[in-house]
Design a binder for this molecule. Structure first.
Ligand code: MSP
Length: 510
């Protein structure tokens, strides 16, 4: 099965920050999850390099625009590589292949009778690259809206209102979580949908409108089409294979573009819609959205990952960002969560189990020797229920819920371990069976955890004797474990005490 997973195509107007990383972490989790299940997953991210916002920022910095976007784009690419994100495609909207696809989409939409020329006069936020019909200030960036008045091509968005409502109503999992779906539905039901201005004459930094060079294509139409161009030509094999199972991971700030404009543009161009649009809330610092337009909020993901490790950092966000809700980032909470969940709960469990196992059974145990006990084990049944729940949460795009199942498995085994006191000199009869059952539970734990912490869980599997081929002369029905280094280091909390959010601000944009 082929799965196409996308993050937003991030603006190349500034350096990447923790907010960008949040959405990428969710997409990466799904890539790993599918890969583990033997599915083909194709993860695409990239940079949005056109438009007035970029043009202005480069000018303000006295840099030439292509050189400016090249540098920013490289920063994003290098960040994902350094964090170990398994990107399959990195799409730049300034690439020639992208320009060709955007041109083709424009021609298709025009061929469908959905474009006409008119005059746009209204309000605009250059930071969002978004039109507004009312207000004086952008609700996200808190900057004055600018008035534009220019000739423009328009897309007949209004035509698609009812079709959009019908589509969203018929597919409860098209926009997730449900609160975001309801938000889009009530917007569509409560408002007339105005036609959309889709070209600009006041900036030259963009893709020219086919056969009308005075206009460049609205940067959002250009950027959304990156999801298509990242799969190659629209009649190509890759596109045919991956596009039908597309999931867009986005932040709530760009929901309207993905849930309203994008489907309408795709229909107009004669293309299928993505399967899912999964929306995360914002990461904030003291209640302020982490954003390059608010430099005090900027946190560099790489400097955090250097302290925690990239996968533990990803685990923290995957566990903490409840679907669709905002998360106020506090460094002490990051550290205490990682210490509690990973070092104390999961790491300790593996280390105690392996140490005791080696002491009691240096030659291993026969798997056949505890079949009956395993069949009646309440612990195994509870763990297996958690594994089922884990998959259900993942399928519903509730990654935080899935992370809770992972932790719950560890807690179940830890509690059982505590109760049975296998370290006692004279343990209960049936100890060997208990070790066998714990072994199975821990194996499940590594499977469930591998989307969050692939490298650590692989090491845990090595400790459980599950990784790699059988040792020479070994029978498959025997459990043998081997000593491993502690899976997680405890992080030093003292460095983080008493200073509120005390975020590292080493990585300021520009
Ligand atoms: N270029 C457009 C997207 C075009 S997609 C076809 C854009 N870029 S952006 O650089 O501003 O990135 C926006 C996305 O980054 C958000 O939708 C979200 O996924 C992520 N985030 C940026 N800041 C964020 C937070 N503070 N918190 C969580 N996610 C955030 O919009």
């Amino acid at each position: 099965m082929k799965h196409y997973l996308t993050t937003p195509i991030y603006y190349a107007s500034g350096s990447p920050h923790l907010g960008h990383a949040c959405t990428t972490f969710v997409a990466e989790f799904y890539r790993r999850y599918h890969e583990q299940r033997g599915h083909d997953a194709w993860l695409v991210t990239g940079t949005d390099e056109h438009g007035q916002k970029i043009e202005r920022t480069a000018r303000e910095k006295g840099e030439d625009i292509p050189g400016f976007v090249e540098k920013r784009s490289r920063e994003f690419r290098e960040l994902w590589r350094s964090l170990g994100i398994g990107i399959d495609g990195f799409e730049r909207t300034t690439s020639e292949s992208h320009r060709l696809v955007v041109g083709e989409i424009w021609r298709r939409i025009n061929g469908h009778g959905d474009l006409y020329k008119g005059h746009y006069s209204g309000l605009y936020c250059v930071e969002c690259e978004q039109y507004f019909t009312q207000g004086t200030q952008c609700p996200v960036h808190r900057r004055p809206l600018e008035r534009f008045s220019e000739e423009s091509w328009f897309f007949r968005l209004g035509r698609y209102r009812q079709r959009l409502i019908d589509h969203i109503e018929a597919r409860p999992d098209f926009i997730l979580p449900v609160a975001r779906r309801n938000e889009v539905l009530s917007f569509l039901r409560g408002n007339a949908l105005h036609d959309l201005s889709v070209s600009r004459t006041s900036t030259r930094w963009g893709i020219p409108v086919p056969d009308d060079d005075d206009h460049v294509i609205y940067v959002w139409v250009d950027a959304l089409a990156a999801y298509l161009s990242a799969l190659g030509p629209l009649d190509g094999e890759k596109f045919r294979q991956f596009w039908p199972r597309t999931t867009h991971f986005i932040g709530k700030d760009i929901l309207l573009f993905h849930a309203v404009y994008w489907p309408a543009l795709l229909w107009s161009a004669g293309l299928e819609l993505p399967r899912h649009i999964v929306v995360n809330g914002w990461l904030t610092v003291e209640g302020r959205k982490i954003s390059k337009s608010d430099p005090e909020t900027i946190i560099d993901p790489l400097s955090l990952a250097r302290e925690t490790g990239s996968d533990p950092l990803q685990y923290y966000f995957l566990k903490s960002v409840n679907p669709g809700q905002d998360l106020d980032f506090r460094r002490e909470r990051l550290v205490s969560t990682l210490n509690a969940d990973l070092a104390n709960n999961i790491g300790n469990l593996f280390s105690r189990y392996i140490t005791l196992f080696l002491k009691r059974y240096p030659d291993g145990i026969e798997t056949g020797s505890f079949g009956q006990e395993a069949a009646g084990s309440a612990l195994l049944a509870a763990v297996s229920r958690q594994e089922d729940d884990f998959h259900q949460h993942v399928e519903r795009f509730d990654v935080a819920g899935a992370a809770r199942c992972f932790l719950e498995i560890a807690s179940l085994v830890n509690t059982d371990f505590q109760q049975k006191e296998p370290w006692k000199a004279d343990p209960d009869a049936g100890l060997e069976a208990n070790f066998g059952i714990w072994h199975r539970c821990l194996e499940t734990l590594t499977r469930v955890g591998s989307g969050f912490l692939p490298v650590h869980m692989e090491r845990a599997r090595t400790g459980l004797g599950l990784a790699g081929p059988l040792r020479a002369g070994e029978k498959p029905g025997r459990i043998r474990v081997s000593a491993i280094e502690p899976l997680f280091q405890r992080l030093d909390t003292s460095a983080f005490n008493g200073s509120g959010t005390d975020c590292p601000r080493a990585h300021r944009p520009g």
